[in-house]
Every structure is written in structure tokens, then in C-alpha cells.
Design a protein around this ligand. Sequence first.
Ligand code: ADP
Ligand code: MG
Length: 244
Amino acid sequence: MLQIKNLTVSSGSKKILENIELEINENEIHVLMGPNGAGKSTLCKSILAHPSLKKEGIITFNGKDILNEKTDKIAKEGIYYIAQSPMEIEGVKNTELIRTALKEKNEPMDIFTFNKEYKNYAEILKIPKDFIHREVNVNMSGGEKKKNELLTMLFLKPKLILLDEIDSGLDVDAVKVVAKVLKEYQRQTKCAIMLISHQEMLLKLLEPTHVHIMMNKTIIKNGHKELINEILEKGFAEFSRDLL
Ligand code: ADP
Ligand code: MG
């Protein structure tokens, strides 16, 4: 599904990522772990073509070259990103954002179906139904923003989801709800998920298939579930020592 080869990302003259190699396929759950400032968020942003980042290398999605594609085109191909701190969009209501996005995807939804689906998704995610009329993420708590972004995701039905510290801001019950929603969505759609997280509970509930450690601007180690315990026990410093 997603193939990244020899990717270098820079902002101005500063190199932030170097020689990234990553392959993500249908039905997989990848976890990207690494110390603060390693470049995890930058990898997500560069996949979605953040305008401040310059990329060199290869990024393909379902066989299509998306390296130099614009963000809206990449989103239309089916990649959805939930940022570490989702942006507040004043003056745009959730309902307007979602219905406009559906129209852009050539999947317009009449208002009756939309209201019914919204109510259903809000119930599943345990968020108030009146969020439908709220401005996108405006004055929402950290956890509410994450759930609000997930609700939009359920409408847009992406094939690959990038979750940047989805657990930050979520209380214990909300982590369980989010994990359950993601698992069920994956069961129905066979989507791929890449998440950045160090939260033991979320990682246990989601059961990742692949684990990657990012340090010194690149992915230094790939592994499976067992690697998570190793990281949580030893910390990242131990892995950087292996590199010396
Ligand atoms: P992580 O998500 O792993 O904590 P980030 O990807 O946010 O790390 O950041 C990686 C490094 O790149 C940090 O040192 C950060 O300050 C720097 N960085 C990120 N974006 C930019 C940018 N647009 N311009 C300059 N430096 C940046
Ligand atoms: Mg980050």
C-alpha cells in the first residue's frame, strides 16, 4: 500500500529525516516509537506533503507516485492524518467540513442520511451529538479533538490512517473507546494504520503487527510486538548504544 524508499526530508537547509525505508500494507498496524524530536511527526507531515517540508526519494501509495502530489490529492487517494494537536478551524462547522469533503470525494450524502450516520458515530465514540454544529475542534478539549477527528475519519473511510499520539489528551475510558473504534473500522475496511504512541494500554489493545524505532533522523530498528516491551523496559538510550 504505502512504500517509502530512501526518503530525505528537510526544512530550509535543515535535514530532519534521512534515508527512511518503510512499507505498510493492508490490515497491518505499525507503531513508530522514538525519543522527542526524532522526526516521527515530520514523517507523517511529509507523507501528507506539508508545504514547509522538502522531500527527496520515493513515496508511492497503491502504486501511484505521491512524492510531489499536493495534500488534497493525497487525502483523496485515501490517506488520513490525525495530528498530535489537531488544528482549530474557526468559522467552519463539523457538518460543513465533512459534507464538503464527501462531495469532493464524489460521495455526497443527503442531510437526512448524514444526520443519522453522525448520531450513530457520535454514540460509538461517546461524544455529544451537538458536536455536529460545533466549529471544527474549536474550544474542544485535547481528547475531544482527537475523537472529533476520528468521527470525520469514519465518514471519509480512508485506506491508511496516520495517528500522531492519538492517546495524548485521552482519559482511560476514552483510550478504550478509541482502540475499539479503530479495531472495528479495520475489521470492516482492512485499512492500514500507522500510529505514533508510547502508551502501553493503547498498544496492548491495538496489537500492532510491526514496530519501528526512529532515532537520529532515521528508522534504526524494525521488529514486532516484542520490541515494544524491550523499549518500555530499556528506554531508547540503550538502542542508540547498539548503533555505536
Ligand atoms: P517527534 O515527533 O519525533 O517528537 P518532530 O518530527 O516533531 O519530532 O521534529 C523533529 C525535529 O525536527 C525537531 O528537532 C524539530 O524541532 C524539527 N522540526 C520539525 N519541523 C520543522 C520545521 N518545519 N523547520 C525546522 N525544524 C523542524
Ligand atoms: Mg511528534
